[in-house]
Design a protein around this ligand. Structure first.
Ligand SMILES: NC(=O)c1ccc[n+]([C@@H]2O[C@H](COP(=O)([O-])OP(=O)(O)OC[C@H]3O[C@@H](n4cnc5c(N)ncnc54)[C@H](OP(=O)(O)O)[C@@H]3O)[C@@H](O)[C@H]2O)c1
Length: 310
């Protein structure tokens, strides 16, 4: 693990679970941290927890609901102020799973809105600060379940055939397509930004089960929790994210995950993404759709899209 003194990092969804563990690892190695999560109270509590565990940790929190693109823009402005205009690392980790069909304030399906669109917009708004750092990185957190996702040509999951888990799988595929798009965009603009994807394996958090319980599906929630209790801990699961954010040998466009059986747990290694996560047409389609839906946060001067000229 490299010394991160003097580097600034934003971790989304760091109030609990894998994000909180990744934030703590980064703080332990000297990074100045900003925790982003929807609730100001939980954000402050999470920052306080890191300060308690890591002596001299520098941690702030910013409240932002990633489903709300207006809040995302405001949060990015606040982050830029807090980091003095220069950001080294952005870990796009926050996520929701297994929600019933719900819409964001802009009317987008909620898994797509939080897991992908909010992070796409946040990354675009933070780009000027990232480009002030000498070796900036963006890490997008996907899942081994992206293998089950589809990139739908007309945009996110159609409401007629909505299924809470398929919507999640699609959003995790979108995380990988965005990583490829951002890596290609940075390369076509000859920028030093590295976009890397990571997945944590199967982890003992309340992702999915809390949504099932809130929706009155207690039996499903209990079954999922029983499985989750056997999966590995957030602290171990955070290592692929941390390695993706810090290892100088990891190149843009790579994908890291646990190297054990079926990638459920194990040491953080390079792993394979589904072929459809590397499909250049799907990368291009998602990039253009996301630009349009979020108000073009990525500048379109020079060669605007991942594939090249429009
Ligand atoms: N757990 C697994 O087995 C697993 C497997 C593969 C991939 N992953 C991925 O790992 C990432 C973290 O998952 P986790 O298991 O740590 O989940 P978690 O324990 O449920 O934590 C999710 C985090 O995201 C935040 N969040 C949720 N909705 C948000 C919104 N609208 N705006 C901003 N932040 C929001 C939550 O904040 P609040 O606390 O305020 O809700 C929380 O901090 C996700 O991207 C997930 O897809 C997890």
């Amino acid at each position: 693990m490299v010394d991160l003194s003097g580097r600034t990092a934003v971790v989304t969804g760091a109030s609990r679970g894998i994000g909180a563990a990744a934030a703590e690892h980064l703080a332990r190695h000297g990074a100045r941290l900003i925790i982003l999560c929807p609730s100001a109270v939980q954000g402050r509590a999470a920052a306080e927890t890191v300060r308690r565990r890591v002596v001299a940790a520098q941690v702030d929190s910013v409240a932002c609901d990633l489903a709300d693109l207006h809040q995302v823009r405001k949060a990015a402005e606040r982050i830029v102020g807090l980091v003095g205009g220069r950001l080294d690392l952005l870990i796009n980790n926050a996520g929701v799973a297994a929600l019933p069909l719900t819409r964001s304030p802009s009317g987008h399906e909620m898994h797509f809105a939080v897991n992908h669109l909010g992070h796409f917009a946040l990354t675009g708004h933070l780009l000027p600060a990232l480009l002030k750092a000498p070796r900036p990185r963006v890490v997008n957190v996907s899942s081994v379940l992206h293998w089950l996702g589809r990139c739908r040509p007309r945009g996110p999951h159609p409401s007629r055939r909505y299924h809470r888990w398929w919507a999640y799988f699609d959003s995790k595929l979108a995380n990988l397509l965005f990583t490829q798009g951002l890596a290609a965009w940075a390369q076509s603009h000859q920028l030093p930004l590295r976009a890397i994807a990571a997945h944590p394996g199967l982890v003992n958090t309340t992702l999915g089960s809390s949504a099932l319980r809130a929706d009155g599906r207690d039996l499903e929630a209990r079954l999922l929790e029983r499985m989750q209790a056997r999966w590995h801990s957030p602290s171990q699961a955070a290592w692929p994210l941390v390695r993706a954010a810090t290892d100088p040998r990891v190149a843009g466009g790579e994908f890291l995950g646990p190297g054990g059986r079926w990638e459920w747990s194990g040491p953080p290694l390079r792993v394979r993404a589904a072929r459809r996560a590397r499909d250049p047409d799907a990368v291009e389609r998602l990039w253009r759709l996301s630009q349009r839906l979020t108000g073009h946060p990525f500048p379109s001067s020079g060669r605007p899209s991942p594939k090249g000229d429009r």
